[in-house]
Design a protein around this ligand. Structure first.
Ligand code: ADP
Length: 166
């Protein structure tokens, strides 16, 4: 277990976008397993419930045995320590991302020195995408095609149709 190269890709994934998917797929050759882990933040209001966000990720990567989805409510470093994980995966889109990641990465290093953060520069095609734009588009009745993958789009539509009925 300890010798496996397992990475955690933490985020809210509200919902998972083409940008997230691209980082995960590009990181696959680097790791034996990637856990896409949804950090539960009680202060953050999400559009999609936790189980729905996990279902989007699981459906999208159902044919990729190296990718798992999970959630955690502790510090990311504690989740990693408890699960014997030595790598964190993050994507870098912009200089603003870098400044944010620099602070988080150095803080995590102080909290757990043997945890390494691995950064991938994001694919230029997706670097403008973020989950909050997808939520904005959806909340105004727009079509987020091109921001999320087709299977995720279908699940979002099914979820939205279900919430309208109830
Ligand atoms: P969330 O939107 O899920 O809350 P974050 O913004 O915290 O996610 O991002 C989780 C990780 O996914 C971060 O490392 C971030 O850089 C990466 N990421 C987010 N959007 C994209 C994108 N469009 N392309 C590549 N990586 C992305």
């Amino acid at each position: 277990m300890e010798n496996l190269r397992i990475a955690v890709f933490p985020g809210s994934f509200d919902p998972i976008t083409l940008g997230h998917e691209s980082v995960i797929r590009r990181a696959l050759p680097l790791f034996d397993k990637i856990i896409v882990a949804i950090g539960i933040n009680a202060d953050k209001r999400c559009m999609f419930p936790l189980q729905t966000r996990l279902a989007f990720i699981r459906e999208r990567f159902k044919d990729e045995p190296k990718v798992e989805a999970d959630s955690f409510s502790s510090l990311t470093v504690d989740y990693c320590r408890q699960n014997h994980i030595r790598f964190l995966l993050r994507g870098l889109r912009t200089a603003a991302d870098f400044e944010f990641e620099r602070i988080v990465g150095l803080s995590n290093k102080l909290l757990q020195p043997d945890l390494e953060t691995v950064f991938l520069l994001t694919d230029n095609r997706y670097s403008f995408i973020n989950s909050s734009v997808v939520r904005d588009v959806l909340s105004h009745g727009g079509n987020p095609e091109g921001f999320v993958s087709v299977p995720v789009l279908e699940m979002i539509r099914a979820y939205c149709a279900g919430t309208k009925k109830s």
